[in-house]
Design a protein around this ligand. Structure first.
Ligand code: PLP
Length: 432
C-alpha cells in the first residue's frame, strides 16, 4: 500500500501543522515530531488527515496493545461516560481494576493510582526513601522513568562520566539532585554489586527497567540485582510501565521470574486513558496509609484524576481481552514474524544491522557490536535508522524513532505490508 494523498486534505493538514506552530512550542505536544496529523486509529492501523493509512507500530507509545478503538474498550467507556467521568472518590471500576492488577503482578499486595508513569516512578522512589530513611537512589544509565528531576538524571548524559556520577538530561534540574542519584551500567553485575556494597548505608532504593528501553537483561542480571538488593534490605523497584501486561500478563517480573519489592505500571492498564500506578508489598505500600505508619513515615499522595472511572473501565476491558486464551501467543507470533522478516530484509540488502528485543517490542540497531547497555546504543548508526524509519513511513508503516510496538490487532495483511516495507527500507539504507 503506497500512501494515497488527497491534495485538498493535505492542504488542511499543512494548515493545521502551521496553526500548531503558533500555539505549541516546537509546534508539537513534545512527544514525537511528525509532519502529519493523526486523524483516527482502528485496530493495528492509523490514518492521517491527508487520508494516508499506516500500519501502526507506534501504538500511542505503547498503551494500545490490543489495538486502537477496540470494540470492548469502546463499549466499556461508552457505558461509563453517561454515569459520570470523575469523582475524586473511590469507584467500583477503580477498585476492581486494582484487584485485577494485584492478582496479576507477583510483587503487588496493594496499589496506589496516579495519572502518569512519571508520577508512578516519582512516588515509588519516594516510598523507598520514606522506608529506608535515606535519600540516594541508584538508577541505570540510559534508563527511562519519566520526567521527574530524579528520573531525568543520566537518561541521555551529555558526558559519559565515571559511575556512579549522575548528569542531568534536562535544563532546570536543581544541582543538588546530582548528589541524590547514583548511576550504574545496565547488565554489568560486577559494577552494580560493588556500587551497592559501597553505598549501601546511603541507598534508599534501586530502580530499573527490567528490559531497559530495548536492551534485554543478560541471563542472571536481574537475579543478581534482586539478590544484592535483598542482601542489604534495599527496596528494588521495577519500572514496568512498558513491560507490564505486555511481556506476559504478569509483566516482566513473571517473564524473567524475578520479583521486585515494588513496580510501576502505566500504558496498558489505562486502556488508552491517563492512568498509572505504583504497586508493591504490604509493608512498602503502608507508607501511603497514615494509620499504618509513624507520622514521619507517612507519605501523603493525592491526584485529582487518580482511579478515574473511565480509564479504569478501559483498563479492565483491556486486561479482560488479554486474559483470553491465545492472546499472548498471537502477539508473540506476530512479533516473531516481523523480527525474522526484518533480519532477513537486512541480510538480503547486505546491511549490517541487528534486530534487538522481544516479539512484542523490538527494533533494529545499525551496529555490529552487542547492544548490552546505553553506551553500546550510542555507537549505533542513527543516520541509517532515520533513513530506515523514513522509508518505512513512505511505504505505509508508522513507528517511533526507536521502537516497534506490536499489537494483538495486527493482522496477516498488516504483517505482509510491513515485510514488504522492510525490504524497501533495507535497500534504501544499503543505497544511502
Ligand atoms: C519505562 C517508562 N517509565 C516511565 C515512563 C513515563 O510514563 P508517562 O509518559 O506516562 O509519564 C515511560 C513512558 O514512556 C516509560 O517508558
Amino acid at each position: 500500500m503506497a500512501p494515497t494523498v488527497d491534495a485538498k486534505a493535505r492542504e488542511t493538514e499543512i494548515d493545521l501543522l502551521e496553526r500548531a506552530r503558533e500555539v505549541l512550542p516546537a509546534g508539537s505536544f513534545g512527544n514525537i515530531a511528525l509532519d502529519l496529523i493523526i486523524k483516527e486509529g482502528h485496530a493495528g492501523r492509523v490514518r492521517d488527515m491527508s487520508g494516508n493509512e499506516y500500519v501502526d507500530f507506534l501504538l500511542g507509545s505503547g498503551p494500545m496493545f490490543i489495538g486502537h478503538a477496540h470494540p470492548d474498550v469502546t463499549a466499556a467507556v461508552q457505558a461509563q461516560i453517561p454515569l459520570g467521568t470523575t469523582f475524586f472518590a473511590s469507584n467500583e471500576a477503580g477498585i476492581a481494576l486494582a484487584e485485577d492488577i494485584c492478582a496479576a503482578m507477583a510483587c503487588a499486595d496493594k496499589l496506589r493510582y496516579v495519572s502518569t508513569g512519571s508520577e508512578a516512578t516519582l512516588y515509588a522512589m519516594r516510598i523507598a526513601r520514606a522506608h529506608r530513611k535515606r535519600d540516594k537512589i541508584l538508577k541505570f544509565e540510559g534508563g527511562y522513568h519519566g520526567m521527574s528531576d530524579y528520573s531525568l538524571m543520566s537518561l541521555a548524559p551529555k558526558t559519559l562520566a565515571n559511575y556512579p556520577q549522575s548528569d542531568p538530561s534536562s535544563a532546570g534540574i536543581p544541582a543538588r539532585v546530582r548528589d541524590e542519584m547514583l548511576i550504574a551500567p545496565f547488565n554489568d553485575l560486577d559494577t552494580v554489586r560493588s556500587l551497592i556494597s559501597e553505598y549501601a548505608e546511603d541507598l534508599a532504593g534501586v530502580i530499573a527497567e527490567p528490559f531497559q528501553r530495548l536492551i534485554p537483561p543478560k541471563p542472571g542480571f536481574l537475579e543478581g540485582l534482586r539478590e544484592i538488593t535483598a542482601e542489604h534490605g534495599i527496596p528494588l523497584i521495577f519500572d514496568e510501565i512498558v513491560t507490564g501486561f505486555r511481556f506476559s500478563y504478569g509483566g516482566a517480573q513473571e517473564f524473567y521470574g524475578v520479583t521486585p519489592d515494588m513496580c510501576t505500571l502505566g500504558k496498558i492498564i489505562g486502556g488508552g486513558f491517563p492512568l498509572a500506578a505504583v504497586v508493591g508489598s504490604e509493608e512498602l505500600m503502608s507508607h501511603f496509609d497514615a494509620a499504618a505508619v509513624d507520622p514521619d513515615g507517612f507519605l501523603p499522595q493525592i491526584g485529582t484524576l487518580s482511579g478515574n472511572p473511565v480509564a479504569a473501565v478501559a483498563g479492565r476491558a483491556t486486561l479482560e481481552v488479554l486474559r483470553r486464551p491465545g492472546a499472548y501467543e498471537r502477539v508473540n507470533e506476530t512479533g516473531q514474524r516481523l523480527m525474522d522478516g526484518l533480519a532477513k530484509a537486512l541480510g538480503d540488502a547486505g546491511v549490517a544491522g541487528q534486530v534487538v528485543g522481544v516479539p512484542p517490542l523490538f527494533d533494529v540497531f545499525f551496529s555490529d557490536e552487542p547492544i548490552v547497555d546505553y553506551r553500546a546504543t550510542l555507537r549505533a548508526d542513527t543516520a541509517k535508522a532515520k533513513i530506515f524509519n523514513d522509508a518505512l513511513r513512505a511505504n505505509g508503516v508508522l513507528k517511533g524513532d526507536s521502537k516497534f510496538y506490536v499489537s494483538l490487532a495486527h493482522t496477516d495483511d498488516d504483517i505482509a505490508l510491513t515485510l514488504n516495507a522492510f525490504s524497501i527500507a533495507a535497500k534504501a539504507v544499503a543505497n544511502a
